[in-house]
Design a protein around this ligand. Structure first.
Ligand SMILES: [Zn+2]
Length: 459
């Protein structure tokens, strides 16, 4: 009852004032401070505005059951970028868009020659994804800079809000496209095999934007123009929720070793071939899959590099109920936060695949898909956020990221840091992806305060 009353009226100092949707703020703690406030303490981001803009982006490409689909270079994704440009313009930022479409919204610091502090993430999504993976980092950074600007908080370095194009690999099988180009990390040959399910080649899309093999490098952002890159992101895993903490400070980003294991046995009649005369490729695979689980559990601890291993795809031939499987192809993905343990586990798994094949008298072939090394993030940036959390009594967890992010590309040209906020039940890349708005606001607040310190202090 009280609640419904409260929707129309609010009570201030004992007097009832009529509800005015323009001034009503359901979160008094996040109320905008008077303009001109100079103290850093007590300056709060505007949670209502933050959630309003996040939801505005989240409605673009929304479909059944709240699933959001904004594949890179689709109309929906372009529309989300237009909305961002509009919001940046409203906030008075200077906008620059590079050849691939990465958007930089700049707020000038007191020393225009000082390298800039960059913060952002991406707006593209997977197919049937959620509304927070990516936008939380972009709109969170925008809200941080808007708050700094309207409160006239002095910052020495300029601040830039960035939206990177095509972080997700869902369309072309190529992840962190915009940030890789900004970091100068894309090689023309990496793009040759990137094709979407409709047969559109990524190379051709880039050519239409005027990006050729020859001028690709010109998208690279001059490392000297950057002081740091910060990214707020949802955790996309269950750890923070499980331990009841609201902030994660990221030490490093795990990277995968991906390879294919192909067992080649012999396809036989399932009725006439005795058990002791079979060359069953699928039973060999089953053995290997179980072994991968076992070995990764041994390397699961933080000290051992948090290794995880998955066989996420498999092809069986002939794949019929009345034939012994003659060929089985497994796609193996092994990740870890330490290159050493990840590579070690990958080696052990390959060795085991050969041993299983030998023991069963069948053949095995191994094919590398992708080899990447984990990326350590900047310890000094982590310490800045950590000190801010300690000062404010915010409970945080220092943790690695199991998923890839734009930060891992930016880390190659500038110190990079990441802040995580909890994901409900660890779900992401799914319409059920959800983070409590209070946690999103806390993350944006911490991002803002980290940006102010990094912009004003020596790293
Ligand atoms: Zn993301």
């Amino acid at each position: 009852m009280f609640q419904s009353f409260n929707r129309y009226k609010r009570i201030t100092n004992g007097t009832v004032v009529p509800f005015d949707k323009n001034t009503y703020n359901p979160f008094p703690a996040m109320q905008r401070k008077p303009q001109g406030a100079r103290s850093r303490d007590g300056i709060s981001i505007n949670r209502r505005r933050l959630m309003r803009d996040l939801n505005a982006i989240g409605r673009i490409g929304i479909g059944d059951r709240g699933a959001v689909t904004r594949l890179v270079f689709s109309i929906k994704e372009l529309r989300s970028r237009q909305v961002l440009i509009h919001l940046m313009r409203q906030a008075g930022l200077n906008i620059r868009i590079d050849a691939i479409g990465n958007i930089f919204g700049r707020f000038e610091g007191t020393d225009p020659r000082a390298p800039a502090v960059l913060a952002g993430s991406h707006l593209d999504t997977v197919i049937h994804g959620g509304k927070y993976d990516g936008p939380v980092g972009v709109i969170g950074a925008l809200e941080a800079v808007r708050t700094i600007s309207e409160n006239k908080i002095p910052v020495r370095s300029s601040l830039e809000v960035v939206c990177f194009v095509g972080e997700e690999s869902s369309r072309f099988g190529f992840s962190t496209l915009g940030s890789s180009l900004a970091a100068g990390e894309v090689h023309a040959k990496d793009l040759t095999n990137a094709v979407d399910p409709q047969g559109t080649k990524l190379e051709n899309v880039l050519a239409a934007l005027g990006i050729t093999r020859r001028n690709m490098k010109s998208i690279q952002r001059d490392p000297k123009s950057l002081k740091a890159y910060l990214e707020l992101h949802i955790e996309q895993g269950p750890i923070l929720e499980a331990i009841g903490k609201r902030i994660g400070l990221v030490t490093s980003i795990a990277a995968p070793s991906r390879f294919r294991v192909i067992f080649i046995g012999r396809a036989d009649h399932s009725g006439t071939t005795p058990m002791n005369m079979r060359k069953d490729a699928l039973v060999a695979s089953a053995q290997l899959i179980e072994y991968i689980e076992k070995i990764c559990r041994k390397y699961a601890s933080m000290e051992k590099g948090r290794v995880v291993g998955t066989v996420g795809a498999m092809k069986i031939e002939p794949g019929v109920i009345n034939a012994v499987p003659g060929r089985a192809e497994l796609a193996v993905d092994i990740r870890g936060t330490s290159a050493r343990s990840k590579n070690q586990v990958a080696r052990i798994v390959k060795h085991q695949a050969r041993a299983i094949a030998k023991q069963r008298g069948i053949n095995v072939k191994l094919q590398t898909i992708r080899e990447e090394d984990p990326v350590p993030l900047d310890k000094r940036l982590l310490r800045v956020s950590q000190e801010l959390c300690d000062d404010k009594g915010i409970d945080y967890e220092i943790m690695p990221s199991g998923a890839g992010h734009d930060a891992m590309q930016m880390a190659k040209i500038t110190p990079a840091g990441m802040i995580f906020v909890p994901s409900k039940r660890g779900i992401s890349h799914n319409p059920l992806e959800w983070t409590d708005p209070r946690d999103i606001a806390l993350g944006a607040q911490l991002l803002m305060e980290t940006m102010i310190r990094v912009a004003n202090e020596k790293l």
